[in-house]
Design a protein around this ligand. Structure first.
Ligand SMILES: [Mg+2]
Length: 265
């Protein structure tokens, strides 16, 4: 049992947790409103590094969720946080969207998207602007085994309105085939996004929770960060998947509506 009323920092997965596709769950706004009224901080957490926070504010706005700049934690932000800690002054080849490159430039990183023998760090993201030239550049740069290689998120596919498209993890597999190297991944299931959130908002693991519909990403990132974990059955996870998973969430709820009811009690 998690003492939900004692939680100060709430990290929400979005799709499958707060909405499904383009359908906002009816309990989402009342839950977010209640948390705000009680002075709790919540953040929307996403592995998608192809979109900027501004893009997400627009998307949530279309669904009817008002959101501010400081209410997101993205794999791009966590990647910048990791790079700052470990590779601050490197010359980075970035394979990602314009939005990812802009975000890294804005943080003061020295980046390029053109091959150079001087590159001494590689960053890859969910790149909806991928070209063969980039794959060739990366295959060449990564031959040097000493060059750190960081990727924003391990997802193999990203859901779309018609099915899925290859995500960062799939392109990493292509590069593994050409270079024998796999990246250090940053997004869920790694603990970096929850860690960055706790550091930013000055919260301890025992007062922080991650809520999501996927065990192998959302819940795993929470377990890896040592925070509370709550699985909601309103998205991808079926009872059979939960039973078969070696990783168990601390609590399982029907959906965020059940969490709202518990907070109101
Ligand atoms: Mg989800």
């Amino acid at each position: 049992m998690i003492d939900l009323k004692a939680i100060n920092l709430w990290l929400f997965d979005m799709d499958g947790t707060l909405y499904l596709g383009d359908r906002l769950f009816p309990f989402t706004l009342p839950l977010l409103t209640l948390l705000k009224e009680r002075g709790r901080k919540y953040l929307f957490m996403t592995n998608n590094s192809s979109k900027s926070v501004a893009d997400y504010i627009k998307k949530l706005g279309r669904l009817g969720i008002p959101a501010g700049e400081d209410e997101f934690i993205t794999s791009a932000q966590a990647t910048a946080y990791y790079l700052e800690k470990h590779y601050k002054n490197r010359f980075m080849y970035v394979q990602g969207t314009k939005s990812l490159k802009d975000a890294l430039r804005a943080r003061g990183f020295n980046i390029t998207d053109v091959y150079s023998p001087d590159v001494d760090c590689v960053v890859t993201g969910f790149d909806t602007e991928l070209t063969f030239q980039k794959l060739e550049d990366l295959s060449r740069i990564l031959l040097n085994k000493d060059i750190p290689y960081i990727a924003t998120n391990p997802d193999l596919v990203c859901p779309t309105e018609f099915g899925s498209v290859p995500d960062c993890g799939s392109v990493s597999e292509m590069l593994f085939n050409s270079t024998g190297r796999r990246p250090k991944f940053i997004g869920k299931p790694e603990p970096l996004m929850p860690q960055l959130a706790m550091e930013t908002w000055g919260c301890k693991p025992e007062e922080t929770i991650v809520i999501g519909d996927r065990i192998y990403t959302d819940i795993k990132s929470g377990l890896n960060a040592g925070i509370h974990t709550a699985l909601v059955m309103s998205g991808e996870t079926t009872p059979a998947i939960l039973a078969a998973s070696p990783d168990k969430p601390e609590a399982v709820y029907r959906d965020c509506g059940e969490i709202l009811e518990l907070l109101k009690k």
